[in-house]
Design a protein around this ligand. Sequence first.
Ligand SMILES: Nc1ncnc2c1ncn2[C@@H]1O[C@H](COP(=O)(O)OS(=O)(=O)O)[C@@H](OP(=O)(O)O)[C@H]1O
Length: 867
Amino acid sequence: MQICRCDVNIVHHLPMVPYIPTRLLKGLKVIPVLILLYLILYYLLVRFPDLERPRYRPQRIVNYVCPSSDHGQEYEHYETFSQNESALTESRILVLLENVLSRHGRLITHMLNASKCPYKIDTFSKNLPLLTTSTHGRYSTIIIENFNRYLNLPKWNRQLLDKYSQDYKVPIVSFLPGRAQFFSNSKVRGMNLTIWHNQKALNIRFSPSSIIPYIARPNVILPFPVSDGREWTLFEDSINFESVVVVEDIEGKRRAAVIRDKGSVDGVEKIIFGHNLTEWIIGMGFIDALRWSTKCRCGCHSLDRFIQIDIDDIFVGARGTRMTSDDVEALIQSQDKLRNRISNFSYLLGYSGAFFLHGDDLEDEGDRMIIEKAANFMWFPHMWKHNHPQDHNESFLESTMIMNKQFGEMNNLRVPFEYAISPQHGGVYPVHTALFNAWKKVWGVKVTSTEEYPHFRPWGKRKGFIHRGIEVLPRQTCGLYTHTQLFHLYPGGIKKLTSLIEGGDLFWTIALNPISIFMTHQQNYAHDRLAPYTFENVISFLECWTRFRLRWEDPISVADRYFHLFPTEKNPIWGNPCMDERHRSILPPTLNCSNLTLPNLLVVGPQKTGTTALSSFLQLHPDVSTNRILENTFEEIQFFSGENYEKGFDWYRQLFNNGSSKIVMDKSATYWDSTEGPMRAFALIPFAKIVVILHDPILRAYSWYNHLVARNESIVRGLSMEDVLNGDTPAAKKIRSRCISGGRYAHHLDRWLQWFPPSQFHLIDGSELKENPSEVVTNLARWLQLSPFDFQSLIKFNPKKGFYCKIVSGHSSCLGASKGRSYPPISPILSSRLCSIFHNDNIALHKMLLNHNFPVPTWLSSSLNQC
Ligand SMILES: Nc1ncnc2c1ncn2[C@@H]1O[C@H](COP(=O)(O)OS(=O)(=O)O)[C@@H](OP(=O)(O)O)[C@H]1O
């Protein structure tokens, strides 16, 4: 024990030195050496980062050179058009394709979309689509993908098409590309036209004497097209035709690659292309042909092209990717160069102040240089820390915007316009209203832009809209992204970039949009400076081949110009953000796509046909639900057809988050005859089933009249329906149109069919619904693939009401007093008058139903024979 205590004491008095093996001690001597090495490396790599990240000197890439042309002379033979000339037809274009999946068909529709031309696609079948309404032609131009199909049409269809073209002065635009056959020539039957198949085309140019070239500058010679194989069809000169595009064949003989048939032989004007749209020069001819054939109702803008180039992310970006002072100088020079070619041009620079001086030494010097030269540019605010607005609430957004604003003020960044851009488009679309509110409060923002509305792809379909008083312009991409700084690393190679410029997407973006707003990033102006190269060259290409006048205008004026040109875009069209991958990634956290419920069944009307009865009967099925009723909505929510649409996607979707039924229904009978209804519905719920009740329009009109009488509306007080039909006061006309216009079924059904495929429609005969509702609803439930349900025992005739009613808890429960009124039966005189009013529409409806294999209601078959 003693020994033990003693040992303890000894240990207490020893100094606390840990045991270190000698080997380790030797090793520790290396530490100062390592520290020294680290310091040297730090000094070299961090203080002189250029050693770590090589800076690329700007590459010299050959600039675009315009081939030979007699540029001095301006040829302006293009036609101008008056409104009267176009009055015979609607502006829509009919596109007849080989099949809906045809590749060339996709090119045609891409061009039409990007030119914002309305069109309808059809394929060749036994019957031609309906070409006329009772008053006018349905189409301003007929595009036929393959001219051979036109030449080989059955006699009856060919006569019908030619007659339509002659009567309504509607030209045919078509294509005759090379055939699989070997080099040969042939005469086209009935056209006095000799064509040469499978040719090479050289020295291609637009003819200065043709009336077609408008955007295209005649007499600029393209020695070789991009693909110079033998896929051209060439036409021999003839007095019956005007050569639009002239070429030389391999023997140097002059031929035409595009001709205008003046219709001198058969009265049918045509433009025939000897190549498809894969050649950009043919594409230009196509755009000009559309302008001419639609009599300036498609692609008919002035020759002014407004170009805005935004440079986002100033001060943002990883070290080694940012601009140096040399790049800043080069940016100023590039701006000066562009100013000589785009009148009033200025780059617009968007800054995020939080990252000022966050680069390496050279880049920090660049940052300081930008501030020093700030007055050379116009500025707009990006977000302070490049924040994604959709992730933040209004007060956070406001406070960070204020910080960015203060940074700009301290550094004299001139923000002359109420224009701002959100990083990665977050919050602009899909809309995050907090961003719009904060922008307005802090910066008074009036205009912004996004490439996400309605979708990023295809670029040709981007649009603008106005939300909370802020005008949102469509923004275009030019093929440059934050990572594209070096020519040799350009995705797809430098050839890809030049192909965008020389007749590719970038060229077409400017050619087809009167206003183009491009997004670039400061990185595209560093290293190889891809952006200045890209824009300077696309401008050269445009100057060479087109007659455009290139201009710059401030974003506020440009936005006014845009919505003046495209007023129908002012109101946003709400889409389902959960159906777009890019949109899903920029959603506010309040929207959870996994439990989003939207209707999959629309009962669209028409009004007064029994829509309320149908929807209440269908809801007897346990797997059918409908919207919640809000205090300020009436019986129907009428989202797609009225003011509620302005309340937006969020408002609408919240009305349906009340269950998980198989069928979620929105019954709003006003959708039927709403001009925008079908398009809006398709944008949000493209897979929804559509139910339409076709009740005799005579009885429907009479029901409307009696509705007004029952409500004691002053306009009908003391007046019979005949009096109302005779009245010519504005109020009487309004009532008449309410009674009659919804009953022009062919007209409205046609509009729905422009959006939804026939397979999504279920048409119900209104008389059958009245007489035998349980069978009608059972059929509907079957079509909706609902489980079998005994409707018959729950829908019984109520003699007192005179209509079928639901049985609820053993009692008859009828619709309210406003549905199924009793009033005197319609007089034979009124009935026959209404019969003749609807006669033409009923004929058109009958044709349309047969065309689409829809059932024909019994009242329709008999009414055709009656009036
Ligand atoms: N079972 C049943 N009960 C009541 N009413 C029935 C029924 N079946 C069809 N109808 C006919 O429906 C007409 C009203 O049509 P809607 O419901 O579409 O009208 S509304 O547009 O929603 O106001 C209504 O028009 P009126 O008779 O003029 O009142 C009825 O004729």
